[in-house]
Design a protein. Sequence first.
Length: 276
Amino acid sequence: MQIRPLTIDDASEAAAVANRYERHWDLPVMTTPAHLTEELSEPGLHLDHDSRGYWLDGRMVAYGVVMHRPSGVAEERAFLDGRVDPDWRGQGIGRDLLGWQIERGQQRLAERDPSLPWYLRAYDFDWVEDGQHLYRRFGMSPVRYFQEMIRALDEPLPIAIPDGVEIIPWDRSLDEPARQTQNEAFADHWSPVPQSEEVFRHRLDSHISRVDLSYLALVDGEVIGLCRNGAFPEDETVTGRRDGWVHSLGVRRPWRGRGVASALIALSVYIYWNTR
C-alpha cells in the first residue's frame, strides 16, 4: 500500500473512488473530477499536510482531506471528508484514514484560539452503516441532521416582494456586501463559520454555482438579503431529475419576518421554471 498526500492531478482518481462508493450505497449524488479539483483547491487547505491517498498496485483505493475554515467566533471546527473504495471494505483502510484525519484535525485546531471549543466534524447519509459504525468507533456521535426539500417545477410560485425592498439579479460588484450579509445572517446559525473573501469568491466561482440565477435583496441600495443558487448537472444521471439548488439563503436580522426570504425563493423557483 502506497500512502502519500494528494495533488490536484489526483482529482480524477479520487472521483472514481467516490463514484464506486456512491453507487455501492445508492447515494443520490455523482462526484466529478471538477468537484474534487475545487475541493482540493479550497483556500486554507494545505495538500501536503491536510490530504492523504491510498494506492494498491497503482490503483487509488481511498482518499481523505482535513479542512479547517477559521471561525474566530463561537467555536472552531475541522471537517473530515473522504471515501474508501467499497471493494476494500473491512481491510482497516477506513480506520487508518479516519485515525489520521482526527490527529491532523487536532493539529489544525491547536493553531487557533484555545479559548474557543474545538470540534471535529464528519458527515454521511444516514443509511451508510459502515460510516456510522466507524465514526462511533472513534468516539464521534450524531449531533445534527440535514434534510433535502424538493419542490416540483410544475408551476411557478407567486412572487410578493415586500414594500421598500428591491430584488435584483446577482451583481458581482456587490460580492463583498453580499458576503457580509451572509456572515451576519448566519451568525445566528448553529455553529457559525464566517466566510472570508477568498472562500466566498471560491464558492461563487465554483462550477456548480449559478450566479446568473441568483438574487440579492436591497433596501436603499444596501444588501439586506441573498439567495445564492446552483446546480449539480451530473447528479441527474442518478436522480433522474434536473434540480436547481438553493445553496445559501439569508436575510439580515432587522429585515426578517417581512417576506424577503420567501420572495427570494419564489423568484428563484420562477426563474428555474422558465429555464428548464
